[in-house]
Design a binder for this molecule. Structure first.
Ligand SMILES: C[C@H](O)[C@H](O)[C@H]1CNC2=NC(N)=NC(=O)C2=N1
Length: 100
């Protein structure tokens, strides 16, 4: 059973928890870019996020160009944003905050 898409007013409250992420309205997704000191740090971030994504069974759409990792989150099974995206975004923010 896919999780329910976030609807107002819960959607606004959920988005307030991830203020550094930008809504992608045409996809009902969230996106954020992270830039690190070098490629090694960027890849280390990705490795840590990958483990959390697997644990949450919720996976990012992402690209990496040298020091930058661009992450987009949406719930494919639901066709839009769910609480799983918010939870993963917050986990990703914590990982990024702990990187040098
Ligand atoms: C079978 C497995 O639980 C599902 O395919 C999970 C895997 N990871 C996922 N990740 C994301 N972003 N959206 C999903 O709907 C999703 N579904």
């Amino acid at each position: 059973m896919p999780p329910d898409r976030l609807q107002e007013p819960a959607r606004a409250a959920a988005l307030a928890c991830v203020p550094d992420w930008t809504p992608v309205l045409e996809r009902d997704a969230l996106t954020r870019a992270f830039t690190f000191a070098d490629f090694n740090e960027a890849f280390g971030f990705m490795a840590r996020v990958a483990l959390v994504a697997e644990k949450q069974d919720h996976h990012p759409e992402w690209t990496n160009c040298y020091r930058t990792v661009s992450v987009t989150l949406t719930t494919h099974d639901a066709g839009g944003l769910t609480q799983k995206d918010i939870d993963l975004a917050r986990a990703i923010d914590k990982i990024a905050a702990s990187c040098p």
